[in-house]
Design a protein around this ligand. Structure first.
Ligand code: SF4
Length: 424
């Protein structure tokens, strides 16, 4: 241990289980949430105690959580806090993150209940909002003016290539996102802003306003790769307010308002969808002019899916590669071959070119909004957000030759036979 991105919370140990090739729909069912005591609902504990917030708050479930609210306060990923210099720590094989991921914060927290998410509403039963783990790490809370002062003054060493505002499902999040965005663009021109939106509370007009205020990229966390999985993990299946149609409505609005290469969608691989399901979404998003940002399913501690297996690497690697071919090499879903269960069995991509793509390693890096390096290299590198450092899913750095050898072994296991593509 010692790596700052390793979670303090115990995570399920799947070592020793029968190796899996695929996370099927029958297995990937969320558990039923605990009952929340009335006094804990809607941030009740934090609001009743009313502890005043002062300076930076590092998540600690053993002390009283201060009463913090956006836009005065924002939370940020552990990696962003280390890079910003407000928290000590180091990260395995990487010195910093290129994306300042900010999360709006309220004692009431996110009012949605997504089954895979550490921020979900049902966690009111055991943990105050600002103390919840999310994509495997803690999210320290920092006064927003302090964040702006550091970046505007250059004390971050210019390491951030992008800032991202993550809205959550809260009645104030639309208004506060606009305030956070306005304050940023007024003082900081060299770090563009992405919006990770909350479509459930938004209209097309809200999307337009964010564009007019200076947001550069707009993203929608579709997360689930089919309407059935969406409803099961983010909708009626878990008493959560989201709907597939509303998410797609806002995604289409973003495509029209922000334009090509300026919008994207998050997708989580391994929640019970088929390869064809997830790649059909990737193709649909590409056809609109956007990009897909992929996450490997990992059982977040405390979430309603924390008892389930992470996405097997063979499944994850073939989807990472296929997504890259669609998003950056002009390849198409219709060319790829699938077995009757929807599993990808052949990329139908020229073998020598496929070898070059695999060896380049970019396809296996974390995907997200671009930074200053290249169009296909994400600023949002989320170190170890979807895997432990011992078995990396999304590489937050350029994979070296040893990494690529490992990736090739995982790919081989994920495809029929030893072939990784069919030469034309
Ligand atoms: S809306 Fe986002 S933050 Fe809220 S529970 Fe769902 S995934 Fe988590």
């Amino acid at each position: 241990m010692g790596c700052a991105e390793m979670p303090r919370h115990p995570v399920p140990d799947f070592t020793g289980r029968q190796p899996r090739n695929f996370n099927d729909a029958e297995t990937m069912h969320p558990r039923v949430p605990d009952i929340v005591a009335p006094e804990a609902r809607n941030g009740g504990r934090v609001k009743t105690r009313g502890r005043e917030a002062k300076g930076i708050y590092l998540p600690n479930n053993n002390i009283l959580t201060p009463n913090m609210r956006s836009p005065d306060y924002v939370q940020m990923s552990t990696a962003a806090a280390i890079t910003l210099g407000v928290m000590k720590g180091y990260m395995h094989r990487t010195g910093c993150t290129r994306c300042l991921n900010l999360l709006l914060t309220y004692p009431e927290g996110c009012r949605a209940n997504c089954a895979y998410c550490g921020l979900a509403r049902h966690r009111e039963a055991e943990r105050d909002y600002a103390d919840r783990n999310f994509i495997r790490v803690d999210w320290p809370a920092v006064p927003y003016e302090e964040v702006i002062d550091i970046v505007a003054g250059g004390s971050d060493g210019g390491r951030f290539h992008r800032m991202c505002i993550s809205m959550i499902t809260h009645p104030n999040s639309d208004r506060d996102t606009r305030i956070v965005l306005k304050k940023w663009v007024k003082r900081i021109a060299h770090v563009p802003v992405s919006i990770l939106s909350n479509p459930t509370t938004m209209t097309r007009r809200d999307v337009q306003e964010l564009y007019d205020l200076g947001a550069e990229i707009f993203t929608v966390a579709l997360d689930a790769a089919s309407p059935v999985i969406f409803d099961r993990t983010r909708g009626r299946g878990v008493q959560s307010p989201h709907s597939w149609d509303k998410y797609w409505e806002i995604l289409r609005a973003a495509a029209e308002i922000f334009g090509p290469e300026r919008f994207g969608a998050h997708l989580i691989v391994g929640m019970g969808e088929s390869d064809r399901d997830v790649l059909a979404q990737v193709q649909a998003i590409r056809d609109l002019g956007g990009h897909s940002h992929m996450f490997a399913f990992f059982p977040e501690a405390g979430s309603l899916m924390d008892h389930l297996p992470p996405v097997p690497r063979p499944q994850w690697r073939r989807i990472q590669l296929a997504r890259y071919l669609i998003d950056y090499r002009g390849h198409r879903l219709e060319r790829m071959r699938f077995d009757p269960s929807g599993r990808l069995v052949d990329f139908d991509f020229p073998k020598d070119e496929l070898d070059q793509v695999i060896d380049a390693g970019i396809a296996f890096r974390t995907s997200g909004c671009p930074g200053k390096e290249a169009a296909d290299v994400s600023a949002c590198d989320r170190p170890y957000g979807d895997s432990p450092p011992s078995d990396i899913a999304s590489y937050p750095f350029q994979p070296d030759r040893r990494d690529v050898r490992r990736i090739r072994r995982q790919l081989r296991r994920g495809l029929t036979g030893e072939g990784q593509g069919r030469a034309r």
